[in-house]
Design a protein around this ligand. Structure first.
Ligand SMILES: Nc1ncnc2c1ncn2[C@@H]1O[C@H](COP(=O)(O)OP(=O)(O)O)[C@@H](O)[C@H]1O
Ligand SMILES: [Mg+2]
Length: 283
């Protein structure tokens, strides 16, 4: 598998700040991988997202060291607008992105802008509204629908551009658990059916873990840990030290281990935890 993102010894310091927001990080992301990024506030997660989609250094002033390559090309070497077609970004506040009077116009707007033909637009519109379950809302004004629906519109608008890489920066932090689950259902379908590379910055581990192939832990501008999801969560002490609460089942087994009741691997989900308890009881 080829790497679609390669970041080498990369640092970024925003203008007028004393310490770099990101300092000396190395990260590679393979094509088609689903990567979860976690870390406390101020860790540099959003700065990393900006660095991948070209907002940094394009829209922000600061000092860059090292390299950020997307599909083998340094981000600032892309022509204007070119990188944005390869990398789609969804932020936590969908409203900020809306300009149109109806959901349908909101979805069509970007596709018209990149010069797609009417049949192409119709085909993508059908695909994306089915995927995000928005068909019944197409004629509604975007400001009249619920928060979860708004976020599905924002996601659909980005997906309609068919980006090869999708970056979601805390896409569900403003949503209730049910709406949050529906966003992750869309991501699960994308993972199963398409070949996108997906990077999700997210606090809700219960939703993230079943989908993530790789996990990254950031703190204070550094990457502290990057590993396959199962191996990553075996480091639960490190996560707890950084104030990040691992999922309930894992936390429970961590407490058992600390008290010498348990020596094995941590389960990542409640179902895995139940299986483990059965094994322990049976033995
Ligand atoms: N536009 C900006 N100008 C100056 N400093 C910034 C800016 N955006 C973020 N920072 C600083 O960079 C650091 C990393 O922030 P951020 O990337 O937003 O972290 P996270 O998304 O993990 O919470 C923080 O110290 C933050 O204050
Ligand atoms: Mg952030």
């Amino acid at each position: 598998m080829s790497n679609v993102i390669e970041i080498n010894d990369y640092s970024w310091k925003y203008v007028n700040t004393r310490t770099p927001a990101i300092e000396g990080i190395n990260l590679t992301v393979e094509e088609g991988n689903f990567v979860g990024i976690i870390g406390p506030n101020g860790a540099g997660k959003t700065t990393l997202a900006y660095s991948i989609d070209g907002l940094i250094p394009g829209q922000y002033n600061g000092i860059k060291k090292g390299t950020v390559e997307v599909f083998g090309t340094e981000v600032e070497d892309y022509a204007k607008g070119e990188l944005q077609q390869l990398v789609g970004v969804v932020f936590s506040d969908p409203e900020a992105q809306f300009t149109a009077m109806t959901v349908e116009d909101e979805l069509v707007f970007g596709m018209e802008n990149i010069g797609l033909t009417l049949p192409e637009i119709q085909e993508r519109l059908d695909w994306v509204t089915e995927l995000t379950e928005l068909s019944h809302l197409l004629m509604k004004p975007p400001y009249e629908i619920s928060g979860g629906q708004k976020q599905r519109v924002a996601l659909a608008a980005v997906l309609a551009m068919r980006p090869k890489i999708l970056v979601l920066d805390e896409p569900t932090s403003m949503l209730d658990p049910v709406s949050r689950g529906r966003i992750f259902e869309v991501l699960a379908k994308l993972k199963a059916e398409e070949n996108n590379t997906i990077i999700v910055i997210e606090h809700s581990l219960e939703n993230l873990i079943p989908l993530a192939d790789q996990m990254v832990l950031m703190a204070d501008g550094s990457i502290l840990l990057q590993d396959e999801t199962q191996a990553f969560f075996q480091q639960s002490k490190l996560l707890l030290d950084k104030g990040l609460y691992p999922p309930g089942a894992m936390h429970f087994f961590h407490e058992l281990k600390m008290k010498n009741y348990y020596q094995g691997k941590y389960p990542l989900t409640v179902a895995e935890g139940i299986d483990l308890l059965r094994e322990i009881k049976g033995s």
